[in-house]
Ligand binder design. Structure first.
Ligand SMILES: [Zn+2]
Ligand SMILES: [Zn+2]
Length: 288
């Protein structure tokens, strides 16, 4: 029995969150009605917490399929994780499986342009609902999206863009919040044994070192130009500049951090006299 109304979080801005009662949405063509099971907090939600939004946020969620809209055929009761990028399925990028790049008008992100998981119910395209295996919990399931999916795709892309013949197997991660730690897990799974991390937050560094990383001492000038892969996962201008200093010739800097503020880079000789790939990726494609 689907109720008429539900509770949803509203972010009016100025660091306020209100719980409101609102109508349960109706799934449109090709969409499913989902019951939220678990919705993770993302660092990017902080921007909405500060400035406010008319849309219910929440974009890292596991949910149960409650009802299919016209044309949707998901098994009711199935547990899913929600892929946040709405995509057309027909453009050149979508046909190539690169759904994260779809720029078609009906694109947009669940929890950003359309209501997300900080509510009891939401609707999402059936094509965005990824079945969750029984042995993965609701709280772990959300980590497969922004934390693991984004990191794995970005690393894959950055390694393809770098010079595999010359770069070292040394990685540095600048910013070890959830995305930085997710990147560390992916690198470890790929066999990278030498992973250095930097974060001003000692508690985060402690997690990374417990998982086998080395804490980088920024006073150590020998760290410059010495990493085959540098992952910037904080979005801070100083971290971006640091990443560009740490990467070696032939290596790649992977920019994953988000920040809406303008960023100015001083193109010092140290930065411009090396050949390195600077890669920006977004989320991950459904093609894997
Ligand atoms: Zn997120
Ligand atoms: Zn498309």
């Amino acid at each position: 029995m689907i109720p008429q109304t539900m509770l949803a979080a509203r972010f009016p801005g100025d660091d306020q969150i209100e719980i409101i009662e609102t109508a349960v949405p109706q799934p449109g063509p090709g969409e499913a009605l989902l019951l939220t099971r678990f919705c993770g907090l993302c660092g990017s939600d902080r921007r909405l917490y500060h400035r406010g939004t008319a849309i219910t946020p929440g974009h890292e969620l596991t949910a149960t399929v409650v009802q299919n809209g016209p044309g949707a055929t998901l098994p009711e009761g199935a547990r899913v994780v929600v892929y946040i990028k709405r995509f057309c399925g027909a453009c050149r990028q979508c046909r190539a499986g690169m759904t994260n790049r779809c720029a078609e008008a009906k694109g947009g992100l669940v929890g950003w342009q359309t209501p997300g998981g900080y509510a009891q119910y939401l609707t999402a395209p059936a094509a965005n609902c990824i079945p969750l295996p029984d042995d993965i919990g609701d709280d772990e399931g959300v980590l497969l999206l922004d934390t693991i999916g984004t990191a794995a795709h970005g690393i894959h892309y950055a390694l393809a863009a770098s010079d595999a013949h010359t770069r070292s197997q040394r990685a540095a991660i600048v910013g070890v919040g959830p995305l930085g730690l997710g990147s560390q897990l992916i690198l470890s799974a790929l066999g990278w044994a030498e992973i250095g991390v930097y974060d001003p937050n000692a508690a985060r560094v402690a997690v990374a070192t417990e998982w086998g990383a080395t804490a980088l001492d920024l006073e150590d000038s020998t760290l410059q130009d010495s990493f085959g892969l540098v992952i910037e996962a904080s979005g801070q201008p100083a971290a971006r500049e640091l990443a560009m200093r740490l990467v070696e010739s032939g290596g790649a800097v992977l920019m994953l951090g988000e920040n809406d503020n303008p960023w100015t880079l001083t193109p010092s000789p140290q930065i411009r006299r090396k050949e390195a790939a600077y890669v920006r990726t977004f989320y991950f494609p459904l093609s894997g």
